[in-house]
Ligand binder design. Structure first.
Ligand code: HEM
Length: 550
């Protein structure tokens, strides 16, 4: 091919790239098509290579020519995408980091350290309350936003992020509103007041086991090391407790972590797998691509092995004779009544895994930070102890009426919402107007609770832990609309009441029995240094000294 012909071909290929963007890729969602796109382009490249080889009868010239054409095509395609996103996109006038407007990969790079909550907070300080954090994404940090996206009138749907869990089917990831509503109706049967009373017995059982194990460690510490009390990593112990409880609710079996005083290998996989979800959550297409192309590699392999284990646990659960009063009972019931169809089995497995993840990774965060503040703030600890020491903590209604305890939990939920930045939604097709600003349809809205809960315009001394703002110092709450640790509306947390029962009881039980203090010079530095946002918060280690009260 002479030089002129070659440059015509390159120009044609580049124009074709621009055209593919403007006519095909500019529309709709493509994050689930990664594999199909790669297969199609590979096929076309090979076909082109064969055709060129037949024409010139020389392999290296054919490769050079195809390389030229594909390079030009890619240059046209990506230049068009970049120019469009930067200068013509409907979100172009929103401020934000320049690279964010072009690709979400900048976000992956930025959150490799797992500190997405801090990143979004910093962006808020630099760019204001509405920030373009992706080509099709706005992060909005404003007290009104939780009610706008999830309130009664909310027409918003779950955003593309949730497809990261596919092909796993679960209520949390159901983006189709009808599928979600149908699943939610089944779940709701498992959270009736009657069911909660039954679950409470299980919670009490495991909380007592936690308390007994700590007591054993205190005796072991006193006699073996001759040190006063037990120094324990509360982050681990609280996680073991909450996963053991959810094992009961999902599969009617304990993971025996409290008993064995160590992590169950599969639960460890789960925690590590969620770390990976945190890292790739800004680009669900990358996660899907990894899963479909290399399902047997690295974390994808661990994740699949975990799902397989959940399936096996559910097989055992289905074999159990007699009625089981766990959360899965209602999911299993629906599965059997529907004729035990394979499609329903996928929902059953996915939702059982959801019970474990949604029920443990959240409660454990609040309890860990609650114990951190109990150790850090002796006057708060003494005030709580005074409130609970003479009541029957096994009587749920008495605990429910403990105003200081409730305020303490609320303040922990405010500063450390277990889902700190997640809960992305998509605007309805007609778009919405927020604070006099029109936002078009189909845009992802991120409303990070971590930052919204720390707005100075909403809470006086917002970064400080002051439980009194919920009791005697209500003047310190200026605008409470943004407080939504459990989210709101039809996608809001279904386990809120269960979680509150669990958190109140564990705090009351351990506080009544133990004196809780920091250990030596460790004042919780690792807890914060290693704190990661991986959809739910994953706190670092926290060593505390537990001593028996006289
Ligand atoms: C402190 C404890 C908890 C907090 C702060 C919390 C918070 C949340 C939040 C923010 C959401 C919305 C997530 C989203 O939009 O993607 C959610 C959903 C959910 N939570 Fe919780 N949660 C807690 C405990 C629990 C417990 C104990 C369970 C029981 C198994 C549970 C089950 C669920 C389920 C099934 C959903 C999905 C609801 C739906 O999509 O309709 N959560 N939770």
């Amino acid at each position: 091919m002479d030089c002129e012909a070659s440059s015509h071909v390159s120009l044609g290929a580049a124009l074709l790239g621009v055209l593919s963007h403007l006519t095909i890729f500019i529309r709709g969602e493509w994050h689930m098509q990664g594999r199909a796109i790669i297969t199609t382009y590979s096929f076309l490249t090979i076909a082109l290579l064969c055709a060129e080889y037949c024409r010139v009868n020389d392999f290296s010239s054919a490769i050079r020519a195809v390389w030229h054409v594909t390079g030009s095509y890619a240059a046209g395609l990506f230049s068009s995408i970049i120019i469009y996103r930067k200068y013509f996109h409907r979100l172009r006038h929103f401020p934000g980091p320049p690279l964010a407007a072009i690709t979400k990969l900048w976000h992956v790079w930025k959150v490799l350290d797992g500190k997405n909550h801090l990143l979004l907070d910093e962006l808020f300080k630099n760019y204001g309350s509405v920030i373009r954090t992706g080509p099709e994404e706005l992060t909005i940090i404003n007290a009104a936003i939780p009610h706008i996206i999830d309130g009664q009138k909310g027409q918003f749907t779950k955003a593309t992020f949730y497809d990261i869990f596919l092909p796993n089917l679960t209520i949390t990831a159901a983006r189709n509103v009808d599928d979600h509503d149908a699943r939610r109706r089944i779940w709701e049967r498992g959270f009736s007041p009657k069911s909660l009373t039954v679950y409470e017995e299980r919670i009490i059982h495991y909380a007592e086991l936690l308390s007994t194990q700590i007591e054993n460690l205190v005796y072991e510490g006193d006699s073996i090391n001759n040190c006063k009390g037990a120094i324990i990593n509360i982050t681990d112990w609280i996680s073991w407790f909450s996963f053991d409880v959810m094992g009961e609710f999902a599969f009617s079996r304990s993971f025996r972590m409290l008993q064995d005083r160590k992590w169950h290998s599969k639960i460890r996989l789960l925690v590590d797998g969620l770390g990976a979800v945190g890292a790739v959550s800004p680009v669900p297409w990358l996660a899907q691509l990894g899963m479909s192309i290399r399902p047997r590699m690295f974390l994808a392999k661990d994740w699949l092995s975990l799902l397989q284990w959940c399936r096996e646990c559910m097989d055992e659960r289905l074999q159990m004779k007699g009625e089981r009063s766990d959360v899965s009972h209602w999911l299993v019931d629906a599965y059997i009544k529907n004729g035990s169809q394979q499609a329903d089995r996928a929902w059953l497995d996915g939702d059982a895994a959801t019970v474990i993840v949604a029920g443990s990774g959240t409660v454990s965060v609040v309890l860990t930070f609650a114990f951190y503040h109990l150790a850090r703030d002796p006057p708060q600890r003494d005030r709580l102890f005074k409130e609970i020491k003479d009541i029957d903590i096994y009587d749920r209604s008495q605990l429910q009426n403990c105003t200081n305890l409730n305020a303490f939990i609320n303040e922990t939920l405010r500063l450390y919402p277990p889902v700190p930045t997640g809960g992305n939604r998509t605007t309805p097709p007609t778009g919405v107007t927020i604070n006099n600003e029109y936002i078009p349809g189909g845009v992802t809205i991120v409303a990070p609770k971590y930052s919204i809960h720390r707005l100075e315009s909403s809470y006086a001394s917002a970064d400080h832990f002051i439980p009194e703002r919920w009791t005697t110092r209500q003047d310190m709450v200026k605008d409470n609309r943004g407080f939504a640790p459990f989210s709101l509306g039809k996608f809001g947390c279904i386990g809120k009441s269960l979680a509150m029962i669990e958190m109140r009881f564990v705090i009351a039980l351990l506080l009544k029995k133990f004196k809780i203090e920091f250990q030596g010079s460790d004042k919780g530095e690792a807890l914060f240094a290693d704190l990661k946002d991986q959809f739910t918060f994953a706190p670092g280690d926290l060593l505390l000294r537990f001593r028996l009260r006289e």
